[in-house]
Design a protein. Structure first.
Length: 403
């Protein structure tokens, strides 16, 4: 993967005693201590992370955590107090106004929570605005704006005004405007937070669908953990201006960095986030050509199993055998597993969610095989593993209620 954006020790101090506060930041003092000693507020505290090209990187945290301040520093709408912001290896924190303006025009676009549409301009004129500021020829900017609106499913509304559209449609216009000049990086600050839940989910779906086609580098700000888990390739969690953990949704849920992150994610329905890969076990297998019924019987007796998966020499799943079939084959003098091989074993991908697995395994007399796109066996999920994941959620809900 190629690093598209990198920030190093990025810090923002708000207040008059900036230098004194910055020194306290360097010494490791807390946000509260710095506020008490200097009256200055630490907006962002030595944040560092990398964003890979083409990923959706979500920055999340509670109100006041510094996430919106951070994203506004990435295009210097807010000037950093200290630290570096690298885009394609070029440090924009030291750029002059002309160079910065070029980056904003050609590489970075931003979508805000409040849509930011001009009420007196039509949808097409709103979408053209960024290109108009850049001095793009009218016919060319209209062509690009219409293409962006078409991608957003809004071209039929191009001659209407913002107040004639729903909130969700207005946000889609804001997204189309940001994409009209084909930016490499899209900054989205609480872009869907003002929308109704159903419309918000639709916008999340549209963003994911758009990303499949456009492969933009997206930095998305939200306070909603479920939204983060749904759209983010990776997530950075912030507290008091600090980035306390960066990882995939599964990594953060499975291995929270500290008590704060653990409390932050404790109410999440893990069965809707954890996947087969997170709970699968190492399977006991038989080789189709190398193993016969007698080997299978001995292995199953030693492992105390009533069935075993069968793979070929390339670890491709071929099926399974049962203890009853194996015993009958031994009695009949059979020497190959092929004669008793069953193929009605359920198979899922590693990305299958745990809550989907329950319905699959509930009706199956065998474990569920986890395979890749070529049917290579990756692991196995048994009923106890699925129930264990679901019980953890139930216990967490009961603990929350009792508190």
């Amino acid at each position: 993967m190629t690093t598209k954006v990198e920030i190093k020790n990025l810090t923002k101090i708000f207040g008059k005693k900036e230098r004194q506060a910055l020194e306290l930041v360097r010494e490791g003092h807390s946000k509260e201590e710095i506020l008490e000693q200097t009256g200055a507020t630490v907006g962002v505290n030595k944040a560092s992370f990398k964003v890979e090209q083409g990923e959706i990187f979500v920055i999340m945290g509670l109100s006041g955590s510094g996430k919106s301040t951070l994203v506004r520093m990435l295009n210097r709408l807010i000037e950093p107090t200290e630290g570096n912001i690298l885009i394609d290896g070029e440090d924009i924190s030291t750029m002059d106004k002309d160079a910065l303006r070029k980056v904003r025009r050609e590489k970075v676009s931003m979508v805000f929570q409040n849509f930011g549409l001009f009420p007196h301009r039509t949808i097409l004129e709103n979408t053209e605005y960024g290109l108009e500021v850049q001095g793009v020829d009218k016919s060319e900017r209209q062509k690009k704006a219409e293409k962006a609106l078409d991608n957003a499913g809004l071209l039929p509304y191009k001659d209407q005004f913002p107040n004639q559209l729903s909130g969700g449609m207005q946000q889609r216009v804001g997204l189309a405007r940001a994409l009209a000049n084909d930016p490499e990086i899209l900054l989205m600050d609480e872009a869907f937070s003002a929308l109704d839940p159903l419309i918000r989910k639709d916008m999340q779906d549209e963003l994911l669908e758009m990303q499949e086609n456009l492969h933009k580098t997206i930095i998305f700000i939200t306070h909603d953990l479920n939204e983060s888990l749904r759209i983010g390739d990776r997530i950075a969690i912030m507290k008091d201006g600090e980035v306390v953990q960066v990882g995939t949704g599964e990594e953060i849920l499975t291995n929270p960095a500290d008590d704060y992150v653990e409390r932050f994610v404790e109410d999440v329905d893990r069965s809707r986030v954890l996947t087969a890969e997170n709970i699968m076990d190492k399977p006991q297998t038989l080789r189709l050509k190398q193993s016969g019924p007698r080997v299978a019987m001995q292995r199953m007796k030693a492992e105390n199993l009533s069935s075993m998966l069968v793979v070929d020499k390339n670890n491709v799943l071929r099926g399974y055998v049962t203890d009853e079939d194996v015993l009958e084959a031994v009695k009949a003098g059979a020497t190959e597993l092929q004669t008793i091989l069953r193929t009605d074993i359920p198979k899922v991908s590693r990305e299958t969610l745990v809550n989907e697995l329950y319905h699959i395994i509930h009706d199956s007399s065998t474990p569920v095989a986890v395979v890749d796109e070529h049917d290579k066996l990756l692991g196995v999920v048994v009923r106890s593993l699925v129930l264990g994941a679901l019980v953890k959620d139930q216990d967490r809900e009961e603990e929350t209620i009792n508190e």
